[in-house]
Design a protein around this ligand. Sequence first.
Ligand code: ADP
Length: 249
Amino acid sequence: GGSQNYILETRGMCKSFGGFQAVEGVNLHVAQGTIHAMVGPNGAGKTTCFNLITRFLDVSKGQIIFDGKDVTKRGASHVAKDGLVRSFQISAIFPDMTLIENVRFALQQRRMPAMNFWGSAARLSVLEDEAMQLIEHVGLGAYANQRAATLPYGRKRALEIATTLAMEPKVMLLDEPTAGMGHEDIERITEVIRKAAVGRSVLMVEHNLRVVSELSDRVTVLARGQVLTEGSYAEVADDPRVKEAYLGT
Ligand code: ADP
């Protein structure tokens, strides 16, 4: 089929570090409006793919097509502005600002980067209303006026998603959204991601296969820098080569 069905595509994407091929000819197809997961054993090349796609690393060979445009050579902030947005890391959250202020600041960066932090009262109150909606959307309404530093870890990761949504992503890239979480937080963030994905596309690297099975429309399995297989979760989970790849580590 034509690439117009895909919001994000990589064609023969390669990355070598010195003489070592970390990513070798990866073709990835993220269909519009879907949640797509990248899985695979440690060292498979997931993080490298992620960094290539978000332009944090330069590709050695191949192409990255986003929203119909070749973005292979574009800068990270440029593709982010165009809507290929990597989840903000907790380190990008301002701990001494409230949740509202954090999300408002992200909205401000997006809409009116020239305005200084304090801006005009009228504009700020509009942004504050929007920030509050995003905070409620990720289930953090009760914490809106607390300092971000006071949030427990799992809730901070939900705040990351609210901040990322403020950047109006067409494709939201999530790097291990459940890493380090307990069962309850995992259930909660799974719902947050499901809601956040409505009306956009998501590409995530995720180790927790239960989360992958619950969320993903499509799964790409990487092993040794290459695509081993791609399909629905049920299809790839059933593939003996996938089991073998996981056991091999
Ligand atoms: P994954 O995220 O699937 O665990 P990575 O993308 O982190 O895999 O790593 C893939 C391979 O590339 C690994 O063998 C890793 O050691 C290697 N690698 C990753 N980054 C670098 C780097 N900056 N320099 C050298 N080798 C790297």
